[in-house]
Ligand binder design. Structure first.
Ligand SMILES: Nc1ncnc2c1ncn2[C@@H]1O[C@H](COP(=O)(O)OP(=O)(O)OP(=O)(O)O)[C@@H](O)[C@H]1O
Ligand SMILES: [Mg+2]
Length: 372
């Protein structure tokens, strides 16, 4: 559990996941939700402690834009897990249940250990095989499985990672009894590429679970933390209204309260509007927007306004108005859509195009909103 008074625990959800791992028969789950909705925070501060409470070994690895290869990322994560203080106790617990009994002790204390053979990166050996050995030697049994948390897995969908993903799939398949995996990420395209296409390496490998939306309780929790930290009170109603307006983004809410702590004279509304502006700058939205050609911008405006049929006559005629052209052909609209998809600005969910980052969508809405 996180010690930070700001962390709003998702205890019930963490318990639900652990139950489905331990008694519910799930070997793998996928948790995909938009950017900055609290996936990583949930894994690290709620799920990991819930798993550790059940004496599971936990490995967390994030594949977010790392310079390392995925195999090095996961190998380091496993080495990190081996170094955690409770590791040896768990190892003992997991192994004393095995037959024939193997007695083990940490390296250097004597005893008949065999985890000292958790292989080091051996230049001679294929790193994928070494990784497989490492996974196999982590303590795990049916009641206390190894919990692998693989975050930002959309990055693994790229063709150059095929060998890694295939090897990982084999490693996990071999150990369905004792290894539980949760895959998380924020891109629907990535999700499809990894799990839903018939040719995808993890096709039908795990079931999907939804991250429960945060609500009133979250807002009350962070307002109480703010009061404890600053002795100042923020009224609940406007804070809750704002939270709903920003699609319940815990990230934006935390930023507003952080700002209020720094600028005590600002009221909630002022802080909220400053934070939205600042975040747009920091996330590079103005540059991203102005880097797009007028047609791509017009397509985004249509998407943000909820137009489902982007190549329809009406939509194209609005795009022509917006770009100052006489006519916009369906082919050019499709081309603009492809470009936006390639740039990871939009993705398709349930057959309709959506902004990958809802914050960018809100930025565009604000741009096109009539001045009030
Ligand atoms: N349970 C929580 N309690 C308090 N604050 C939270 C909670 N969950 C998320 N937050 C806030 O939201 C921010 C974003 O959360 P997090 O990084 O976990 O999101 P994410 O879904 O992993 O995002 P990304 O898709 O960018 O990886 C955190 O830095 C924190 O400020
Ligand atoms: Mg994350």
């Amino acid at each position: 559990m996180s010690n930070s008074p700001w962390h709003f625990p998702r205890t019930e959800f963490a318990e639900r996941v652990m139950q489905s791992f331990i008694s519910g028969g799930s070997t793998a789950l996928t948790l995909f939700a938009p950017r900055r909705t609290g996936k990583t925070q949930f894994l690290v501060h709620d799920l990991a402690p819930a798993a550790e409470k059940r004496k599971c070994t936990v490995v967390y690895a994030s594949f977010w834009q790392t310079a390392d290869t995925p195999v090095a990322t996961l190998t380091h994560a496993i080495e990190g897990a081996i170094k955690t203080p409770n590791f040896w106790r768990r190892t003992q617990n997991a192994l004393t249940g095995l037959k024939p009994k193997i007695r083990i002790a940490p390296m250097g204390i004597g005893g008949e250990i065999d985890l000292s053979r958790v292989p080091k990166q051996d230049d001679q050996k294929d790193p994928l095989l070494t990784l497989d050995d490492m996974i196999g030697q982590l303590p795990a049994n049916y009641e206390a499985p190894l919990v692998l948390m693989l975050d930002e897995v959309q990055g693994l969908a790229a063709p150059e990672h095929l060998a890694f993903v295939a090897a990982l799939r084999t490693s996990l398949d071999k150990r369905r009894e004792t290894v539980r995996t949760i895959f998380t990420g924020s891109s629907m395209d990535g999700l499809r590429a990894m799990f839903s296409n018939r040719q995808a390496p993890f096709f039908h490998f795990g079931s999907n679970i939804e991250l429960p939306q945060l609500g009133e309780e979250f807002v009350r929790h962070v307002l109480a933390a703010h009061k404890a930290a600053t002795t100042r009170e923020v009224p609940f109603e406007p804070a809750m209204a704002f939270f709903t307006q920003v699609d319940r983004s815990p990230f934006i809410m935390r930023n507003v309260l952080e700002r209020m702590a720094l600028y005590p004279d600002d009221d909630f509304e002022t802080a909220a509007s400053k934070v939205r502006q600042e975040l747009a700058e920091r996330q590079g939205f103005p540059a991203l927007w102005s880097g797009l050609n007028p047609l791509a911008q017009a397509v985004l405006v249509e998407i943000v306004q909820g137009e489902m049929s982007l190549t329809s006559k009406d939509a194209r005629s609005r795009m022509a108005d917006a770009t100052g052209e006489e006519d916009v052909s369906p082919g050019r609209v499709s081309g603009a859509i492809r470009t936006l998809g390639r740039k990871h600005v939009i993705h398709k969910i349930d057959d309709s195009w959506t902004l990958q980052d809802p914050d960018f969508g809100r930025y565009i809405s604000a741009l096109i909103a009539p001045e009030s």
